[in-house]
Design a protein around this ligand. Structure first.
Ligand code: CO
Length: 498
């Protein structure tokens, strides 16, 4: 094999080793670390992140990449690895050190300010730091460069190749099709959801979560489930992919659908090619594609009638007092109830995207200077009134609800909606191509769907852009219509309209 390519692989894998060591410390911090451990843990994480950054932007890596660039004697996958690594390397090199230091400092102070502001329910405490952050993000867009709109530069950090223009079109259709549809559903008699909020003992929920994970082929020899404040998935290689959940005894939904969601993320990570560890071909394609995997399992599988045809009797047996008299049809309707709400993370599958639409419009306005930070609470309230028909009572339940902006993450929110649109297209296509996915689910089987995802999505790692991956897997570019068709068919069913 090409000795330079081998040196490149070795270096990339050592960078990955350091990164994953940090991720393990992070996982521990959120799952096991005693409260007092925070101060030195932050230090250790910063040191590892610094070493990783140095290795990943070293001249050694740069010269290897430039030597290997355009070497057509390399295998197709090797050439793709080099191309993607070089793109990332060049991106990192665009940041002057002084900018990185200022950004890091501003982000950690912003996060603290945001926490204080949220506790005090007072946006004014966050405002000065957020103003500083927005300025830095505008500067960052200039540093990174863009063709059309500065927002593209920020968006591409999470979703390579995506543009504001495409998102404008997608959110335009959300505005013209999904917003009125959500309003229509809100005017119909709501399904009874009372039985989901009875007392569901913790240990029985925990066992049911493990049962679902096993049925979905989550590999416990290469992963584990734990409890944390906010559910998440993390991995240290494809052979160690961990998920967390949280349990509310008075609401069965929290544990169940967070478990299914994180399992979708985890199946993707466990399915990435292990021989490509540390290289782009062994990494997830983008945040939008990652989220498509979690939402495909959470919504298309985990909120389907077919899935619960098999699993509802098992659930009923675990909680006979709560569900003994409930039919599987009543259960299916309850878990798909649509109701406009103030908080994004509690939103249903339909109104969720109205929350993202609002954040997208605000982010674009902030980045190009059309919205001022000081006006945010008022803008927020106006948009919630317009799109969700809700009165926002205060900033804690309004503009201060999400952590993202305090982390400096602008351009991240749209990947959640992209995830759902991709999920609908992947699921629809898998069902058409393979046939029988639904009847499989009625029998508690999901292998057919899982194998399609392994071959069409997981196996490619980051060798394709999200757009290329979508075209190759489904034969079409991403199309909002497939998502909308799915929503109308499913909720027409749930609400008895057509
Ligand atoms: Co997710």
């Amino acid at each position: 094999m090409n000795p330079e390519y081998e040196a490149y692989c070795d270096l990339m894998r050592r960078v990955a080793d350091v990164g994953y060591a940090g991720d393990l410390l992070q996982w521990d911090q959120e799952v096991y670390m005693p409260e007092g451990g925070g101060k030195f843990r932050a230090r250790q994480l910063a040191t590892l992140a610094g070493i990783r950054h140095e290795m990943g932007t070293s001249d050694e890596l740069g010269s290897l990449l430039n030597q290997l660039k355009g070497d057509t004697a390399l295998s197709d996958t090797a050439q793709k690895n080099i191309r993607e690594s070089l793109r990332k390397y060049d991106e990192q090199k665009k940041y002057p050190n002084a900018f990185v230091v200022t950004m890091q400092d501003t982000v950690s102070r912003s996060f603290e300010a945001w926490q204080r502001a949220r506790r005090a329910n007072d946006f004014a405490l966050f405002r000065p730091m957020l103003e500083k952050l927005v300025e830095l993000k505008q500067e960052e867009a200039q540093l990174l460069g863009y063709e059309d709109h500065p927002y593209d530069a920020l968006l591409n950090l999470y979703e390579p190749g995506a543009t504001k223009k495409e998102l404008d079109a997608m959110f335009g259709r959300i505005k013209s099709e999904l917003v009125p549809y959500a309003k229509q559903l809100a005017g119909l008699p709501a399904p009874d959801t009372s039985f989901l909020a009875r007392n569901y003992p913790r240990n029985h929920q925990w066992e049911f979560g493990l049962y679902l994970l096993e049925r979905m082929h989550y590999d416990f020899t290469r992963g584990r489930q734990d409890i944390s404040a906010h559910p998440f998935t993390t991995n240290f290689s494809p052979d160690d992919v961990r998920i967390t959940t949280r349990i509310r005894e008075d609401d069965f939904r929290e544990m169940t659908w967070s478990t299914i969601h994180e399992c979708g993320h985890a199946l993707y990570e466990q399915g990435l090619p292990a021989d490509m560890y540390g290289l782009p071909a062994g990494e997830f394609a983008s945040l939008g594609i990652h989220e498509s995997q979690s939402r495909l399992w959470e919504n298309h599988v985990g909120r389907s009638r077919a899935f619960w045809t098999f699993h509802f009797p098992v659930l009923k047996e675990k909680f006979p007092e709560n569900l003994g008299t409930v039919t599987s049809e009543e259960f299916f309707r309850a878990i798909n109830a649509v109701r406009p709400s103030l908080i994004r993370t509690n939103a249903d599958e339909v109104t969720y995207h109205l929350h993202i639409l609002i954040r997208f419009e605000i982010e674009c306005g902030l980045v190009n200077g059309q919205i001022r930070v000081g006006d945010l609470p008022a803008v927020w309230k106006e948009k919630y009134q317009a799109y969700l028909g809700l009165v926002v009572p205060d900033d804690a339940q309004g503009v201060l609800q999400d952590v993202h902006w305090s982390h400096g993450a602008f351009g991240y929110f749209p990947t959640y909606t992209l995830g759902s649109i991709y999920a609908a297209q992947f699921y629809t296509c898998a069902a058409e191509q393979t046939g029988g996915i639904e009847s499989d689910m009625e029998n508690g089987q999901t292998e057919r769907l899982w194998h399609w995802l392994r071959a069409q999505i997981y196996a490619h790692g980051r060798t394709l852009s999200p757009g290329e991956l979508c075209r190759q897997a489904t034969g079409r570019t991403l199309d909002f219509s497939t998502f909308m068709k799915y929503i109308i068919s499913k909720y027409g069913n749930v609400y008895g309209i057509s």
